[in-house]
Write a protein that binds this ligand. Structure first.
Ligand SMILES: Nc1ncnc2c1ncn2[C@@H]1O[C@H](COP(=O)(O)OP(=O)(O)OP(=O)(O)O)[C@@H](O)[C@H]1O
Ligand SMILES: [Mg+2]
Length: 473
């Protein structure tokens, strides 16, 4: 008879396998997973090699640099035992995080969004959910997931998702209401991360709201509008509280002290943003992060820059604007990722329904789709990772924050499991793959038992055992 935990899992995720069938998982710190094998990396390397010889495009080296940084960051796992206070993250906690597509009008945001949406539908054989015309859940590509599916041949398979939202274009002055400024900015307020699409294609038929194409100027406009909106929000808070704080003087209750601290932090953050920097580029204490998170600031959200080049440029791997975009990022938001892509090329690829035909077409063209890379980068920027449950009924990838404890991870599946969690059977994905299957892995003694306070690793294949399940044994 199945334990309580097993029954819950079979209803929700893990399928009907018995605990003995369950296995290890995680892709683990040492194995930077699917990112490493994604065709985009090959492409970026090609860009990079070619760049050295390109007169018109001084350097594409930064593409490979950013990939290396991504792989490195996905390898970095929090220490198993945390002796010191845990560092708080900017942004909402949670697993169902959203990324908004942001940029000036007519830069290709909807083209990108539509292509990524239909691409995901075509590529994945699972019930895809379009929430409304401008919000979609996009499958996060993962070769480990594909391997588990091929191994377990489950009745149902559910990959990890990232919700992407198409936000209408921002114009200069949006922070003071120009265009539909405030409405668009409040849409951005509701997302956790940003795909900032910048136009790097010229086409006389596609009007540019600022006249000619100038990506550095465009980046500056969006950067400023988001910051100006933050300054306005912070100033509103300061104005509303200033008199109270002054009245308190140097004394006051514990509560007063708390309010003063909060006020001073808001002033500090306002000064930082006023100096021209995004909030996310500051180094903030946990206390400051708590206050910042209450303010829902736009410039606190992680940004991935997407340079939308023409199909022609994408195919020939040359674009005169890319070095300027890279330079702007280095000067203004160093460390942020830049991914060149072509919404036009992606639209062509997305229109091909059969995945094999799609791959064949991309191979013939000599350049892959960038969507996998874009989604993975966005996911990584949000500090997300996934673990798996796998059985004959279902193979499923579950999203959680990097560094999450087993209990937090179990809560994704069911509160009851998390609340009465005793231990977790863990298979490390790479070991599972090497062993060639769950039974083989178990026979080699590599099924690990972890406590509920252990950290779950990216790619772990887990089976949660609850208290009730144990009591029945
Ligand atoms: N890479 C590209 N090369 C050439 N044309 C492109 C490219 N990407 C998009 N376009 C074209 O640019 C135009 C504007 O695209 P789109 O509607 O996606 O922009 P948008 O950013 O969503 O605009 P808005 O903010 O007004 O909603 C469309 O005609 C589209 O076909
Ligand atoms: Mg649009």
């Amino acid at each position: 008879m199945l334990s309580r935990t097993a029954r819950l899992c079979s209803r929700t995720a893990a399928g009907s396998r018995s605990s003995a069938q369950l296995a290890p998982s995680t892709l683990a710190k040492n194995q930077p997973i699917s990112v490493a094998h994604h065709p985009a990396i090959t492409m970026l390397s090609k860009f990079s090699q070619q760049a050295a010889a390109e007169a018109t495009v001084p350097s594409f080296r930064y593409f490979t640099t950013s990939i290396a940084a991504l792989k490195k960051s996905s390898k970095k796992m929090p220490p198993k035992k945390q002796a010191t206070e845990e560092k708080l993250q900017l942004g909402r906690p949670g697993n169902n995080l959203k990324i908004g597509v942001v940029g000036l009008p007519n830069v290709g945001k909807s083209t990108f969004f539509n292509a990524i949406t239909s691409s995901s539908v075509a590529a994945e054989n699972y019930p895809f959910c379009t929430i409304d015309p401008s919000e979609s859940r996009v499958a996060v590509p993962d070769e480990r997931f594909d391997w588990l599916v091929s191994q377990y041949k489950p009745g149902s398979r559910v990959p990890a998702h990232l919700t992407v939202i198409d936000i209408a274009g921002l114009v200069k002055g949006a922070s003071t209401g120009a265009g539909l400024g405030n409405a668009f900015l409040s849409n951005i307020s509701a997302v956790d991360g940003i795909f900032h699409v910048v136009r790097a294609f010229t086409d006389p038929d596609v009007v540019h709201v600022e006249g000619e194409v100038d990506p550095a100027r465009d980046l500056e406009i969006i950067h400023n509008e988001l910051r100006l909106k933050d300054i306005a929000m912070l100033n509103k808070f300061i104005e509303a509280n200033q008199r109270n704080i002054e009245r308190m003087g140097s004394g006051g209750t514990v509560e007063d002290k708390k309010k003063k601290d909060e006020f001073n932090i808001v002033v500090k953050v306002r000064d930082w943003v006023e100096s021209g920097k995004d909030v996310r580029k500051g180094t903030w204490s946990n206390k400051e992060v708590e206050v910042i998170n209450q303010q829902f600031l736009l410039s606190a959200k992680p940004v991935t820059y997407l340079a939308n080049v023409s199909e022609r440029d994408y195919l020939r791997k040359k674009n005169k604007f890319l070095p300027l975009i890279k330079k702007w990022i280095d000067e203004n938001n160093p460390g942020d990722k830049l991914i060149p892509f072509s919404a036009a090329y992606e639209t062509t690829i997305a229109a091909i329904e059969d995945p094999a035909e799609k791959a064949k077409y991309a191979e013939e063209q000599g350049v892959p789709s960038m969507f996998g890379k874009i989604i993975l980068t966005g996911y990584d920027q949000l500090n997300l990772m996934h673990f798996f449950t796998a059985g004959e009924k279902e193979v499923r990838a579950w999203t959680c924050r990097k560094g999450a404890k087993m209990t937090e991870a179990a809560r994704n599946i069911h509160n009851e499991i998390a609340d009465s969690l005793i231990q977790v059977d863990v298979m490390k994905f790479d070991e599972l793959k090497v062993a060639g299957g769950e039974q083989e892995l178990k026979a080699s003694g590599k099924l690990y038992i972890r406590g509920k306070d252990a950290t779950i690793d990216d790619g772990d294949v887990v089976y949660f055992r609850s208290g009730q399940g144990k009591a029945k044994k």
